[in-house]
Design a protein around this ligand. Structure first.
Ligand code: PMP
Length: 355
């Protein structure tokens, strides 16, 4: 191998996603997917795209995904010029790191956060500095005020803690950093948070990222988007045109539009997840777990007496998979995706046996 290539191999620490096991009959509570199927209208739209004109898949998709941008714009009360779309929010985030966060000063993000951010920094040569979360794992906006930076990014609710930051606090951060892009990754916001999209008309430095993977049950279709000032979107479009000119395929575009138009299905699924989350939090507390307040479709919890890695292994022996991160400060926590009521009951029963 060439010296350059072996250096790439040695220097890059790739992101390690949650396991996607091939075995059936597992209770899979490790990667924050939605336990409910997507809207039936998604399946109908995809089917129509396939049936309606068999030749259509022969043709390239719309390079601008205009139908999808229009649907996002309608849903969130913005213009299509304020919308950027990508193959999942991970790809949207990749474009953001490439386009907007390369500055002289390091970018800021919390010390406990979505583990893709440091990976992207390594990949795109972006310096970063982490800002510690408070003792109770909440994000203190003061940590993002008065610090020279090349951009700020955090999920809200945060991952993997599930803790929510109020929109007022996000406004404070955007206001205090007028020369930086402030990126709010709202992958989980539909499970109990308030979106900062309502601020984008007032703060031209604010970019809000969403995904259809979680609240719209479409992790397998790969659709995400960002909403912000047209100048930020234009920056992302320029990167996109140099990187991947056709971001979304034909099936993803029609499926995502149908999902966003089915408000009733969306609300019903989110409410079911929220209700199950609250029951699960209470059940875990009864088993002596310390449970962080969650506004997401997962729960972050630790047991004062039992080792988290051992608990995860013991659950796995009972065909239940949850996520355990071997990271400082959180290595005694389990991150448990909220499944169906039956799945969560099986989890609690399993833990009761183990403890
Ligand atoms: N942001 C956060 C905080 C996430 O947890 C995830 C899911 N792993 C993503 C973005 C990416 O989601 P997707 O690429 O499926 O849209």
């Amino acid at each position: 191998m060439s010296r350059f290539w072996s250096q790439v191999v040695n220097d890059l620490t790739p992101y390690v996603p949650g396991e996607q096991p091939k075995i059936a009959n597992l209770i899979k509570l490790n990667t924050n997917e939605n336990p409910y199927p997507p809207s039936p209208k998604v399946l109908a739209a995809v089917q129509a795209e396939l049936d309606g004109d068999a030749a259509r898949l022969r043709l390239y998709p719309d390079p601008n995904s205009d139908l999808l941008k229009a649907a996002v714009a309608r849903l969130h009360g913005v213009s299509a010029q304020q919308v950027f779309v990508g193959n999942g929010s991970d790809e949207v985030l990749a474009h953001i790191f490439m386009a907007l966060l390369k500055h002289e000063a390091p970018i800021l993000f919390p010390d406990i956060t979505y583990s893709f951010y440091p990976v992207y920094c390594g990949l795109y040569g972006v310096d970063y500095q982490t800002v510690p979360l408070a003792e109770d794992f909440s994000l203190d906006p003061a940590g993002y005020v008065g610090k020279a930076n090349g951009g700020i990014i955090f999920p809200n609710p945060n991952a993997p803690t599930g803790r929510l930051l109020a929109v007022d606090a996000i406004e404070q951060i955007a206001k205090a950093n007028p020369d930086s892009v402030v990126v709010v990754d709202e992958a989980y916001v539909d499970f109990g948070g308030e979106s900062a999209i309502k601020l984008v008309d007032r703060y031209d430095n604010l970019l809000v990222v969403h995904t259809l993977s979680k609240s719209r049950s479409l992790a397998g279709l790969r659709v995400g988007f960002a909403v912000g000032h047209p100048a930020l979107i234009e920056g992302l479009e320029r990167v996109k045109n140099s990187f991947n000119s056709y971001p979304l395929d034909r099936l993803a575009i029609v499926g995502a539009v149908a999902a966003m138009e089915d408000t009733a299905h969306f609300e019903q699924c989110c409410q079911a997840v929220i209700a199950t989350r609250d029951t699960l939090s209470a059940d875990l507390a009864k088993l002596d777990f310390e449970v962080l307040p969650s506004a997401a479709n997962f729960i972050f919890a630790r047991h004062p007496q039992r080792d988290a890695a051992e608990l995860a292994t013991a659950l796995r022996e009972r065909s239940i998979i949850v996520r355990h991160f071997k990271l400082p400060r959180i290595d005694q926590f389990l991150r448990i995706t909220v499944g169906t009521d039956a799945e969560c009951r099986a989890l609690v029963d399993g833990l009761r046996e183990i403890l």
